[in-house]
Structure formats: C-alpha cells, structure tokens
Write a protein that binds this ligand. Structure first.
Ligand SMILES: [Zn+2]
Length: 362
C-alpha cells in the first residue's frame, strides 16, 4: 500500500523539526555519533558487508556532506517541505554502486559504498588537479593530443575497465579527501536527492523541469548528428524509456544547479570552484562509461556521456553560445577532461584488442 502523501504544511513542519535534529547532531562531534544518528526515527543505517572496508572518519565525512547538502537544499533551494516529504532514509554501507528511491513509499536508500569508489582514483585526481592548477585555460584539441598520460593513471582506468560487471573496485582503504573525489561524492548525493525533490514538487514544476530536460536532450542529439558523432536519428529511445531517462536528466540538473550555488570544498580557491565541478562531473560519467565497457544506455539510465552532454546543453543555452564557442570558453575545462579520459579509455581498449588470441582456422 502506498503511504499517504502528506500535505505541504505537514511536510514543512516535519522538515523544520528534522532540520533541527540534524543541527543538534552536527554540533556534538562525540563518539556516540552513530548511535545518536540511528536514534533518529527517520534514518536507519544498515551494514551489508562483513569486513571492515573503510575508515570510520570517511563514513563520518560522507554523512556530514549528506547533512550539509540537505541543509543547503532545505534552506536555500527548496524549503523545509522537501525534508519532510520522505518518510525514511536508509544509509546502507555496501560495496554496490547504487542508490534508489521509492516514490510511493517515500523512502530513499543510499549505498555509501558507491560514494567511496570515487576515492579509488587517487593518481587520476592528482594528475587532473595539477593540470587544473598549472595549465593555462582555455586549452585546444592540439594541447590535449600533446599531453602524456602518466602510467599510474592508465593503471587506475585499466582496473576500472576490468572491474566491469563485478562492480567498481572499492577497497575503501583510503580516506575521502581529494577535492575532485569530494565533489563527485556531492554530485552523487545531490543527484539522488534530485529524484526526491522532483517527487516532492508540484505537477507544474515537474512538467517544467521535464520539458527543459527533454529540450536539452534534443539539443544534444542535434549537435551530435550535426558534428557526425551520431550517424542516425534512429538511436532515439521509445516514449516509455524516454520518460525514465528524463527523470535522470532532471535529477542531474537539480544536482548540478544545487552544487553550482554551493561554496567550494575545503581550501579550494574560489576561481577553481566552478571548473572543479565540471571536472568532477566529467570524471564521474566517464568512469561509469569505462566500467560498463562503453557508453551505453539502459532502459532506466541514458548513456553516461549523453548525461554529461545534457548538463552542458542547459549551460550552453544559459550562456547563449554556439557549441564551438561554449567548449572554447565556459565549458573548456569540462570538455578538456572528458576528451582526455576518452583518449585514455581508447588507449586501454586498443591495447586489450591487440592482445587478443589469434582466432584463425588452423
Ligand atoms: Zn538517478
């Protein structure tokens, strides 16, 4: 039986009450943090793995990010009603890359293991970050071709590529501390809350967001066809799949625009906040494309690079720029990172193929 959808006033007052509970929890950094967290009636924590795979401070940090994001959404973006909308949040400590929501029961499940995988790309982050801070932007395709990828970065992506269907290789042995990793973590959390925000919104707002997302997606398809990156229009999904993809585009958009307004992580210089977000989003989507051995869509999710492209389309429209100028100016760092990562994955694929055993007739 679906839970009754509460009225807006009820959601608002419940949201305010929960906000207060979170604030109190945050102000006491005591050892009983977890037991006090679990004492909240609307949050539960479940351990679904049987070996210690992470540092407690990492888990703590993920939770704080989660709470801060909730506060940002509640105070600056959508109001307390959102926080009162869902009945329950389940935080699962698992190695799976997954988060889910149940709009009928108003329950959101976050697998925290999925948030930790982003931390396994230490060498990649170091390298990309050094380019961010040392390189003069904007950068051209020629510059990208000239860049030499360090071996540890190739190794990390090869490991991701091999992980494939077994899931991402999460060891959880590292502390979650790199700005790019933290930004990806925020994006993943904000995306999942994006789904919840969507379901808590009025029909008018939902339709407005859906129309925007679909128009951005159309913009991407037009561009990819015109630039010969897509040859046929027949790759368009049917109506039912498109409706599910649209929900993903909406959640991505909510995440992106929420984070855009959020202060930068830690000691990051202000001027780097926006490029860092773009960089992190590209790393996240290209990582997914690598793990699934290609840029493929499913019945529920669009292909990863189409997702990042659709975020770009929204930004491009806001900037009133053609695609060429947009890549050369506003989105330069994001475009540069995705080009680089595609180049790395191609290198890995070619290497794998050249090692394939001979399949002759003899
Ligand atoms: Zn989603």
């Amino acid at each position: 039986m679906p839970a009754d959808r509460p009225g807006i006033e009820e959601c608002k007052s419940l949201g305010k009450q929960r906000m207060q509970e979170l604030r109190e929890l945050q102000t006491h950094h005591s050892d009983d943090f977890f037991s006090r967290l679990e004492a909240l009636s609307w949050i539960s924590i479940k351990e679904v793995i049987d070996h210690p795979f992470t540092k407690p401070e990492t888990f703590h940090l993920v939770l704080l990010e989660l709470f801060e994001l909730l506060q940002e959404v509640v105070i600056n973006q959508r109001g307390p009603a959102f926080l009162g909308y869902f009945r329950h949040i389940e935080l699962n400590f698992s190695l799976r890359v997954q988060a889910s929501y149940d709009p009928e029961q108003r329950v959101v499940r976050l697998n925290l293991g999925s948030l930790l995988f982003v931390n396994e790309l230490g060498a990649t982050y170091q390298w990309l970050y050094s380019l961010l801070t040392e390189q003069n932007f904007p950068i051209t395709s020629d510059d990208i071709t000239r860049l030499v990828v360090p071996a540890p970065v190739i190794n990390e992506f090869t490991a991701l590529y091999h992980a494939g269907e077994d899931g991402l290789p999460v060891s959880g042995q590292h502390g979650l501390n790199h700005p790019i990793g933290l930004t990806i973590l925020r994006f993943v959390l904000a995306h999942e809350f994006g789904h919840l925000i969507y379901f808590a919104e009025s029909q008018t707002v939902r339709t407005f967001w859906e129309n925007n997302a679909e128009s951005d997606f159309q913009d991407v398809i037009e561009h990819l066809v015109q630039s010969h990156q897509l040859s046929v229009r027949g790759t368009m999904p049917d109506e039912e799949i498109m409706a599910r993809w649209t929900k993903e585009f909406v959640a991505d958009g909510v995440a992106f625009y929420t984070l855009l307004k959020w202060p930068a992580i830690g000691h990051i210089e202000c001027r780097l906040a926006y490029p860092l977000l773009q960089m992190a989003i590209e790393v996240f989507f290209l990582t997914l494309a690598t793990v699934y051995h290609g840029d493929v869509g499913t019945d529920t999710h669009p292909p990863p690079t189409i997702r990042s492209y659709t975020i770009r389309a929204g930004q491009r429209k806001l900037c009133h720029l053609g695609w060429g100028e947009f890549f050369a100016q506003d989105w330069n760092i994001g475009w540069f990172v995705s080009e680089l990562l595609v180049k790395i994955v191609k290198t890995i694929k070619n290497k794998e193929e050249s090692h394939e055993p001979y399949r002759g007739n003899d």
